[in-house]
Design a protein around this ligand. Sequence first.
Ligand code: HEC
Length: 165
Amino acid sequence: MRKLLLGAVLVAVGSISLGWVQGAGAQGKAAPDSESPTVSMPVDEIIAARQAAYDLMAADFGAMKRAVEAHADPKPLADGAKAIARWGHAVPAMFPPGTDKGHDTKAKPDIWSDRAGFEKAAANLGMQADKLAQAADSGDKDAFAAQWKATGDACGACHRVYRAR
Ligand code: HEC
């Protein structure tokens, strides 16, 4: 089950980047950036995709909680942690200007008015999840449990400021 979810996360993240690459290609640009939007996907689809990726990540993260509670070997969770880290690093690009409304988004306007803060919160998730993957690889259950909590704090810190209830 965990493997299935993980696959789904990777597929979701993979297809998101594909959408960007196609969008960028149409504009003849190598990479999307906020100065020159290269979005070719409808706004509602971008929002739906990021919401789906968040749901998949939350399922992945929840499965880790159960593993921590069961004192299970964390090694098999390394790939899931790496997927969360990749998502953390990809997050800012999934919130381009113009995606503040639609598909019942909970994104707050602060994401665009305080872009630096939002990017920092996303980078923090990437960093904490990178450490989570390292803890998983080490096989150290206590280190993994502590870092799972630190990663969860990174989720909460961003939600408190940038996500509406
Ligand atoms: C950098 C900020 C940020 C971080 C870090 C972050 N989130 Fe979120 N999250 C958001 C925003 C913004 C939304 C609202 C997206 C929307 O509706 O467009 C959201 C939405 C969600 C949703 C609801 C998706 C839906 O179906 O609408 C879940 C579940 C979620 N996040 C879980 C997590 C978990 C678990 C973590 C940590 C492992 C996390 N988030 C880390 C900003 C963040």
